[in-house]
Design a protein around this ligand. Structure first.
Ligand code: 13P
Length: 248
């Protein structure tokens, strides 16, 4: 499928970075710089405590925002958790679920990730479901098997749900390493993910690539037919660099 039918999407994942002063500069930079970006949805996923600040500074700017995680539960005695409805309360449009750092450091299983995606959809948010293999798995030729396993409970949510979410392919070996997948490597996995989505009745879902995306490699990644945008870590902390990815 040609990706001209799917609007490009570039999301910044700030991870655990920022403070009020830093964010205010970065968000102001995005607010002014977004004018140079066309034909691309641009968003930032910020730490929970800064959602209100982000909402205040981005409202009406054309840059949307979201969070980096969400509870699978609607409400209740879940100390430390954040409900999808709370994110919606701060006008979040997006929430990352199943980022590899959540899977690795917080033991999130494929089933929990799918439950979080369902909770996000239930509150009207768009979950960005992250999948990807480790270096060891890649070297063992298990990339497709790992992605199939990670996608299975998400695909089971059904076509109606799938058509309201986004998938991000982030090979763990490319995250924060400066070593991006080549466009061809990424395209191969994206085409595989697309085939699974198509079989589930959701071929038009956007599939983002993440892992050491910068201004200098974005255009070649985006030239691939099944790469619909990027999930950007480190480079999203510099407004000009992040916007140059969105403009690529
Ligand atoms: P980097 O862009 O810093 O490699 O991080 C990628 C990532 O994990 C985005 O979610």
């Amino acid at each position: 499928m040609v990706n001209s039918s799917r609007k490009r999407l570039v999301i910044g994942n700030w991870k655990m970075h920022g403070d009020s002063a830093f964010n205010s500069q970065l968000l102001a930079g995005l607010r002014t710089g977004i004018a140079q970006v066309q034909h691309c949805d641009v968003a930032v996923c910020v730490p929970f405590p800064y959602l209100y600040q982000t909402q205040s500074l981005l409202e009406g700017s054309g840059v949307s925002w979201g969070a980096q995680d969400v509870s699978q539960h609607e409400k209740g005695a879940y100390t430390g958790e954040t409900a999808a409805s709370m994110l919606a309360d701060f006008a979040c449009r997006w929430v990352l679920v199943g980022h590899s750092e959540r899977r690795t450091y917080h033991g999130e299983t494929d089933a929990v990730v799918a439950a979080k995606a369902a909770a996000a959809l239930g509150a009207g948010l768009t979950p960005v479901v992250c999948v990807g293999e480790t270096l060891q798995e890649q070297e063992a030729g298990q990339t497709q098997a790992v992605i199939d396993r990670q996608l299975a409970p998400v695909l089971a949510l059904g076509a109606e749900a799938l058509n309201r979410l986004v998938i991000a392919y982030e090979p763990v070996w490319a995250i924060g390493t400066g070593r991006s997948a080549t466009p061809e490597q990424a395209q191969e996995v994206h085409a595989f993910i697309r085939s699974r989505l198509e079989a589930a009745g959701a071929g038009a879902v956007r599939v983002l690539y993440g892992g050491s995306v910068k201004g200098s490699n974005a255009a070649s990644l985006f030239a691939m037919p099944d790469i619909d945008g990027a999930l950007v870590g480190g480079a999203s902390l510099v407004a000009s660099e992040f916007l140059s990815i969105a403009a690529a």
